[in-house]
Design a protein. Structure first.
Length: 278
């Protein structure tokens, strides 16, 4: 099976054709997909008819399932989350802020797979940023200030009872489960080395990052904010446009992503799996 890989022409991302993800994949095909994933960071596979079982099987080609806290799985599939929004929903769009999935975990996931089941006719793009590129082009004075620093990550601002998706978040169709467990913290290097490519990149961003280890809270937040403004600049971004039956997989170790709205009056449903740390 020969893959046809078409780069997006933006800061990262590529479309992949020539593979039927509903069928078992050979070792050679898995290796080719993984190589393309590591090169392009975000891969989109259009026109894939997948059951939930096939989505799970595809995910396991690339690692174990990751742990997905704070969001209930769909019935019968403990490793699939429904990312959904109803046509008449008025709550804020889920995940409409830059982040790397579950960066607050001790061993954050390698990647995420997201499969489009019900896709609106317009809107709902997903934005990605290339964190290799953000670091490579970072001004020298800013890089010097973050060398050797460790960021403090936490889910508290999102999933604690007082967080964005806490008790005050009403009218949402997604089954989000806030918890005091979200108060926990975990540190990771601001600059980390990708375990497979060996390349340095920025890891995580403001939101799940709540400070810098060993710095005064106000000074640390100022530095986090400065990094955020740099790492999310338009020249580091890829805007992904969805179509029904498309699977997208991205590398959480070297990208950030965020959802966008613009589809009021239309249902939207995607099923998501997480590729856990190797």
């Amino acid at each position: 099976m020969k893959l046809e890989i078409t780069p997006s022409g933006q800061a990262c991302g590529a479309a992949v054709r020539g593979a039927d993800l509903s069928k078992p994949m050979t070792k050679d095909t898995i290796a080719a997909v993984r190589a393309a994933w590591l090169e392009h960071q975000v891969l989109a596979f259009p026109d894939q008819k997948l059951t939930d079982e096939q989505l799970e099987a595809y995910t396991l080609n690339f690692g174990p399932f990751g742990e997905d806290p704070f969001i209930a799985p769909i019935p019968g599939h403990p490793h699939i989350i429904a990312v959904k929004r109803m046509a008449d929903e008025t709550s804020p769009v889920f995940a409409e802020s830059w982040h790397s999935d579950w960066s607050f975990q001790a061993k954050p996931p390698q990647g995420t797979c997201l499969y489009g089941k019900t896709i609106p006719p317009a809107g709902g793009d997903t934005l990605f940023t290339n964190q290799y590129l953000a670091l490579e082009r970072m001004p020298g004075d800013l890089r010097k200030r973050i060398e050797g620093k460790r960021a403090v990550h936490s889910a508290r601002n999102a999933y604690a009872p007082t967080g964005f998706y806490g008790a005050g978040d009403r009218g949402r169709s997604m089954d989000i489960r806030p918890s005091d467990d979200a108060q926990a913290v975990q540190t990771h290097p601001v600059i980390h080395t990708h375990p497979e490519t060996g390349r340095e990149c920025l890891f995580g961003t403001a939101g799940y990052i709540i400070g810098i280890e060993g710095m005064d809270p106000a000074e640390g937040w100022d530095l986090v904010s400065e990094i955020y403004r740099w790492q999310t600049r338009p020249e580091f971004q890829y805007r992904h446009k969805w179509s029904p039956d498309m699977l997208v997989m991205w590398d959480n170790r070297c990208t950030l992503h965020m959802a966008t709205g613009g589809y009021a009056g239309h249902d939207r449903l995607l099923h998501r799996t997480t590729i856990g740390a190797a």
